[in-house]
Design a protein around this ligand. Structure first.
Ligand code: GLY
Length: 336
């Protein structure tokens, strides 16, 4: 009898050790901060939920955090509700010029691309920069040549342009500066930069962020999204962050404030994910008079979500539930 009790106790103890040692995978995504119109809300909700499930599926099938964030962002790069891939906002010449970054928190390696015009998935090219080059950042023609060398399929640049993006640029050209935002038109626009942060079963963190930039930007303008420390940051010892912005100054404000890295430093200093995200986003808004949003995961899987804009679409999967929202103080949930 005593032997049986000892044996059962050892089994229970062993199971508890295994359970506590394995990290439960988590993924969170955002679909852009801004003055998102009512008419765009359902499309945003649908898009972030599809994306977060695509990323979570990778994690459940043994994929790494890098596989997960890439899959989530690829999903939003196909969806015209977002300012990334198809549906990206346009520069002053009426062209799509996209940029993206991805980072792996185990050893702080990163890949980024900018001024991409002829490929559907900038995030996948950024991942190849991370895995297949000694560099961190490729732009313009060099990025194009690299993508072709790696077998990415070139698409006609016009095929990435949505009707909404064309209308947003026309509005900007007719109405002026107040329409120059990452979400395009304030009324019916509302697309928005996309991002994802994930922790896999091994406790590794990855972050991916992708954008078309801002509506009516100068040709060749580069924003915050491809910049490590601005749009994206991942460190297994601390956590991961993806950012998004809105209104005058746009990505330029995130870039000046190094928003993603500011959040990391606050967490390193002892703040939890939510407080650090709130403090950094509000700090940027107070200092630079522009709004932004960020999603954060700490290395322990705590979630931080904050935006100083009117709205920001987000979703995450934790403990087999999908949580999502777009308004301040809103958390909706549904079964996975
Ligand atoms: N994050 C979008 C931009 O301002 O480029």
């Amino acid at each position: 009898m005593l032997k049986q009790i000892i044996f059962i106790s050892i089994c229970v103890l062993f199971a508890l050790v295994i359970e506590s040692g394995a990290m439960k995978p988590i993924i969170i995504v955002h679909g852009g901060a801004g003055d998102i119109s009512e008419s765009r809300i359902q499309g945003k909700f649908d898009g972030v939920k599809v994306a977060v499930r695509a990323g979570y599926e990778k994690l459940m099938n043994g994929g790494s955090a890098l596989d997960s964030v890439e899959a989530a962002v690829v999903s939003m790069e196909l969806d015209e509700n977002f300012n990334a891939g198809y549906g990206s906002v346009l520069n002053l010449n009426g062209e799509v010029e996209m940029e993206a970054s991805i980072m792996w928190g185990q050893d702080l390696i990163s890949g980024a691309v900018t001024l991409i015009k002829e490929f559907q998935h900038p995030i996948s090219i950024a991942r190849k920069v991370l895995t297949d080059t000694p560099h961190s950042f490729l732009g313009g023609n060099g990025a194009k040549l690299f993508a072709l060398e790696k077998g990415f399929q070139q698409v006609p640049p016009e095929s990435l342009i949505s009707e909404s993006a064309k209308e947003a640029l026309n509005d900007f050209l007719n109405k002026g500066d107040d329409q120059r935002t990452e979400i395009g038109r304030k009324d019916e626009g509302g697309v928005g930069t996309v991002g994802a942060v994930a922790i896999d079963a091994d406790g590794h963190i990855a972050v991916a962020t992708s954008t078309g930039g801002i509506n009516g930007k100068m040709v060749g303008r580069i924003g915050d999204t491809p910049l490590i420390g601005g749009g994206t940051y991942a460190d297994d010892n601390v956590g991961g962050i993806s950012t998004t912005d809105f209104f005058l100054g746009h990505g330029e404000s995130i870039l000046k404030y190094c928003l993603a890295h500011t959040i990391i430093k606050l967490m390193e200093g002892g703040l939890d994910a939510d407080t650090a995200t709130r403090q950094a986003v509000n700090g940027m808004t107070a200092r630079l008079n522009n709004t932004a949003g960020a999603i954060t995961l700490s290395k322990n899987g705590d979630v931080g979500i904050h935006f100083s804009s009117k709205r920001m679409a987000w979703a995450y999967v934790k403990n087999d539930k999908v949580y999502y929202g777009i308004e301040h103080d809103q958390t909706l949930e549904e079964p996975l």
